[in-house]
Design a protein around this ligand. Structure first.
Ligand code: G2I
Length: 470
């Protein structure tokens, strides 16, 4: 959906600038609570990050601070990814090794690298039964509850404004068929420990998406059903939860479930985002490549699946290196799994699924054939309608002075509501809705064109959008 003019201009920019713009667009859109979905023909991204960004998603990797001096590792990281998750550096034992003494040096190395290169950061993790420092392992009861809440508050406060999503609580449910909580010292402080952690995280960093993260929840089973019931309960009672992370560690004994997409969708239907947080798939060759493609396609098919993180970069970086579960081999060479992942990112064509017959006359304003406007900017709109909804594509053409930024306004008829938008920042969803440029498409040369779009329920407006340049 990014116009060729913008694409071409983007290629001439510094790589980090373009990445920052894409991440800003994707993450700010996500942070604004919008569901991002792309329709129509996307241009092909040449890296995981750009291909995912063109679908409104991020593509991340787990990163280890001590590998940031490895030039092959960093080269792949900076080229291919626009989100990072510290693999171990934000865990409780790393950030609070002695009670009340916080150490952020290694996590900061990753956060600083990410920010310097325009990447978003997923925080992992604030409360977990594992990787507790020994002082916490030995605690129980009220003292442990207070220590846990203090940890959540201190770490989330320290990183306030720098984390797009936090794994607030990790792996709190038991494996097997019980659907029970996992026994742990945290669980023994009372069943409400999870919601207490989420409330503390929200208070400390109101801008971060707050996720529950777990494994063996990737298909419908007793464990995922229990997580589902918790999320449903949290939403009903107003406990702050924004997203569910599906770790997605797969191998032959635990392959991608047949109902993977359906499972993501049922969680999304609860009103939370879903994220694939620790993807790795043991194997090699075509079988591994096909499994990666299945996962990517599932995410793209779920409008609220906002991004994918793989759990490491090269096979040799993996926590289970012998299973060669990642997208690059030990030399940093792209594997078939990489190509399948990139192709799936480029090939996904999500909503809408129902389009009108080609003869349906939509209330369409043709693209401008006249010269560029003398000042400011002009906007024209084409729409694709179907029963109950439509997708609008809006072309913004810069006037004789070019633009530093632009805002278009569209007045929707009663009953129409915007549900998704892309390549723009939206304000409002009914009545007069304003769409402004995002970082990478605000500056237009005289006569230059860029496009953005939105999807809405109801019927499209009859009038043309207005355009104001800055
Ligand atoms: O086990 C795979 C992942 C499952 N979900 C939660 C993730 O946090 C978890 O990641 C792994 C890391 O990939 C490993 O790197 O978590 C393990 C335990 O925290 C990590 O292993 C630890 C080792 O246990 C430590 O001995 C070691 O010092 O890695 C540390 C740093 O290399």
């Amino acid at each position: 959906m990014i116009s060729s003019a913008v694409r071409d201009r983007g290629r001439t920019r510094a790589r980090s600038g373009r990445r920052a713009a894409l991440v800003a667009a994707v993450v700010s859109t996500v942070a604004a609570g919008m569901v991002v979905a792309f329709a129509g023909t996307a241009s092909a991204g040449t890296t995981l990050a750009t291909a995912a960004a063109e679908k409104g998603r991020y593509f991340g990797a787990a990163v280890a601070a001590h590998k940031l001096s490895d030039t092959t590792y960093v080269g792949i990281l900076n080229r291919e990814f626009n989100s990072v998750t510290p693999e171990n550096e934000m865990k409780i034992d790393a950030t609070e090794p002695q009670q009340g003494q916080f150490t952020f040096a290694n996590a900061d190395r990753i956060v600083n690298h990410a920010r310097a290169n325009g990447m978003a950061v997923r925080g992992h993790t604030l409360a977990w039964h594992s990787q507790q420092p020994s002082w916490m392992q030995n605690m129980s009861g009220t003292a442990l509850r207070q220590a846990m809440l203090n940890h959540v508050t201190q770490v989330a406060t320290y990183y306030r404004g720098k984390i797009h999503s936090w794994d607030v609580v990790n792996e709190a449910f038991a494996d097997g068929n019980t659907g029970a909580r996992r026994d742990s010292n945290l669980q023994r402080t009372g069943n409400d420990w999870i919601e207490a952690a989420f409330r503390a995280a929200r208070a400390a960093d109101p801008g971060a998406k707050l996720c529950y993260n777990d494994y063996n929840t990737d298909g419908q089973n007793a464990k995922s059903n229990a997580v589902y019931a918790m999320v449903q309960d949290f939403k009903a009672r107003g406990v702050p939860i924004d997203c569910v992370g599906f770790q997605s560690h797969f191998n032959s004994a635990s392959p991608v479930p047949a109902d993977y997409q359906a499972n993501l969708q049922r969680f999304a239907n609860l009103g939370v985002d879903v994220q694939i947080t620790e993807l790795d798939i043991e194997g090699s060759g075509t079988a591994q490549a096909n499994s990666y493609a299945t996962v990517v396609k599932a995410c793209l098919a779920v409008a609220r699946c906002t991004g994918i993180t793989v759990w490491g970069i090269r096979d040799t970086d993996s926590w289970r290196a012998s299973g060669t579960p990642l997208l690059f081999d030990g030399n940093g060479t792209k594997k078939p799994a990489y190509t399948a992942t990139l192709d799936a990112l480029n090939g996904g064509t999500p909503v809408p699924t129902t389009t009108p017959p080609p003869t349906t006359p939509g209330p369409t304003t043709p693209p401008p054939t006249s010269p560029p406007p003398s000042g400011g900017c002009a906007a024209s709109m084409t729409v694709q309608t179907w029963t109950g909804g439509f997708v609008a594509t809006i072309r913004v053409t810069a006037g004789a002075a070019g633009t530093n930024g632009w805002t278009t306004s569209v007045t929707l008829p009663s009953g129409a509501t915007v549900v998704n938008a892309w390549n723009s920042q939206r304000s409002g969803d009914t009545g007069t809705v304003r769409f402004s440029n995002v970082a990478y498409n605000g500056q237009l040369a005289p006569g230059q064109v860029t496009e953005f779009g939105f999807q809405a329920t109801g019927v499209p407006p009859a009038g043309s959008p207005s355009c104001a340049a800055s």
